[in-house]
Design a protein around this ligand. Structure first.
Ligand code: NAP
Length: 485
């Protein structure tokens, strides 16, 4: 059986179904524009039903011991590991990222099932000393209830597993709405979960392009107790306002504007490699933790910038299945337009193009949405390209004089997701890591985050954390029990 089944159904209450009104939405391959599937375009009633199904399945799943839940999640991990390449092919088809990168993504996404399979049996409570005689005090954790998850298209596997693995481990039932551009990977994950023995109704996937309608059902349905969202800050704010009506819990992974700082005492080659990797080699720069602003200390700029540019000019842009492809197409024409507008705007305001700086439209690129890996120098802080989340293969380079200045400039943003810096000085490492107002800081390491540590942002980059031991807590309520004896 194909990993995604018929490519025409969504998964609700353990059944593969169409939308009640038979409406469909098309999923296309961004590298070629070819159709990949016509999936149900769910409306309000379909999504309400999915929440009902999750509510029905919740009590039994919540009462299943953590050890047993963990065994099923472990089985999901094993099946996903066996079928990594098949799932990765789907990721490349619908997202466009190079196949090798998709394989890495699927392996990483799969790892969340392994991590949370283990965490499922470690949801400890506490016995607290009472302040008066004749009492006993317990604190316990319980699954929060039905979770509605909404995910973006840039990591079609990881964004889903980082939510559903901890939610399922905690004993919650889930209704997921994946991005309308990349729902096939999510449906494949549902199929694998079912194959691993996850009971019907515990994990449901609704597909549809009326995202605000679907989101509103999640806000309205009384059984949904938590909204877990990854996407833009703008939509996150809207969901947060909506969640206030029933005081639903929320956790948000939102936009970023990551600084990447190279100090004059850094090892320059690893810094250049790290900068290129975190800027360009994750979905062509369409990632929330991508370096968005590169700061180079003045005294080493002449040496570092050519090293960085040389690496960028060697990157291979190609359709995802072409051997050696490192940068695939952007996901849609709006993103391409926005990236190009940021670049052209910066050039108009005085930035210089050191590499790229244009769309690619000939030959293999004629059907896709490709942008040349771009380096801009002489960028100034007030330019939009330095202030906004670029979400494309463009590195704006700026120079700075000293540590205090670059910390101030790095923190001068409403975002606070990821930051990176390179130095060999231990005291500077501690000072700068502590001063950066970011949820995740990579020091001489641009690939820092793993399953074992929490992922999430300060300020308008989000609320709550995913992964780590904190990840499961996001899906639990804390209950205090006071017993008179
Ligand atoms: P987006 O427009 O906010 O979409 C994300 C998801 O929300 C999609 O499933 C989308 O559905 C859905 N959605 C859109 N409007 C909605 C509404 N009114 N109510 C409910 N759901 C709604 O974001 P995007 O442009 O696809 O993704 C890029 C953003 O995600 C960037 O800002 C990036 O930084 C952020 N991101 C953050 C993290 C993190 O961990 N912090 C990770 C990855 C991405 P449709 O697909 O149908 O539009």
């Amino acid at each position: 059986m194909s990993i995604v089944g018929e490519r025409s159904r969504m998964y609700v209450g353990g059944a593969w179904i169409g939308a009640a009104n038979d409406k469909t939405m098309r999923v296309t391959n961004p590298a070629t524009g070819e159709p990949l599937a016509d999936l149900p375009d769910a409306g309000r009633d379909d999504v309400w039903k999915a929440c009902d199904e999750a509510a029905k399945a919740f009590p039994k799943w919540a009462a299943t011991p953590g050890l047993e839940r963990g065994k099923i999640l472990r089985r999901v991990y094993e099946l996903l590991t066996e079928r990594r390449d098949e799932l990765a092919r789907l990721v490349t088809e619908e997202n466009g990222k190079p196949f090798e990168e998709a394989k890495r993504e699927v392996a990483f996404a799969t790892g969340y099932f392994s991590w949370f399979a283990e965490e499922a049996r470690r949801v400890y409570g506490e016995i607290v000393p009472p302040p008066v005689p004749g009492k006993r005090l317990w604190v316990m954790r319980q699954p929060i209830g039905v979770v509605a998850a909404i995910t973006p298209w840039n990591f079609p596997a990881t964004m889903v597993t980082r939510k559903i693995a901890p939610a399922l481990a905690a004993g919650c039932a889930v209704v997921l709405k994946p991005a309308s551009a990349t729902p096939l990977t999510a449906l494949a994950l549902a199929r694998i979960c079912a194959e691993a023995g996850l009971p019907a109704g515990v994990f449901n996937v609704v597909t549809g392009k009326s995202s605000s309608v679907i989101g509103q059902v999640f806000l309205d349905h009384p059984a949904v107790r938590k909204i877990a969202f990854t996407g833009s800050t703008e939509v996150g704010k809207r969901l947060m306002a909506g969640a206030s009506a029933q005081l639903k819990r929320v956790s948000f992974e939102l936009g970023g504007n990551a600084p990447f700082i190279v100090f004059d005492d850094a090892e320059l080659a690893p810094a250049a490699d790290g900068g290129v990797a975190i800027k360009f080699l994750r979905v062509a720069g369409q990632s929330c933790i991508c370096a968005n602003r590169v700061y180079v200390q003045e005294s080493i700029a002449e040496k570092f910038i050519p090293m960085f540019v040389e690496r960028v000019t060697k990157l291979k842009v190609a359709p995802g299945f072409e051997p050696g492809a490192q940068i695939g197409p952007l996901i849609n024409s709006e993103i391409l337009e926005k990236v190009d507008a940021l670049v052209q705007g910066a050039i108009k305001d005085g930035a210089r193009v050191a590499a790229g700086g244009r769309r690619l439209g000939n030959g293999a690129f004629s059907t896709g949405l490709y942008y040349a890996p771009t380096v801009l120098t002489q960028v100034r802080e007030e330019m939009a390209v330095a202030k906004e989340e670029i979400f494309g293969p463009v590195a704006p380079l700026m120079t700075f004089k000293d540590e205090a200045e670059v910390i101030q400039r790095s923190n001068n943003t409403t975002f606070g997701l990821a930051a990176y810096f390179y130095t060999r000085d231990l005291r500077r490492t501690i000072r700068v890591a502590e001063a950066l107002e970011y949820g995740m800081v990579g020091v001489n390491d641009s690939t820092g985050y793993t399953h074992e540590i929490p992922f999430g942002g300060f300020k308008e980059s989000g609320l709550g954390r995913e992964g780590g031991k904190q990840g499961i807590e996001e899906y639990m309520e804390v209950k205090s029990i006071s017993i008179g004896i």
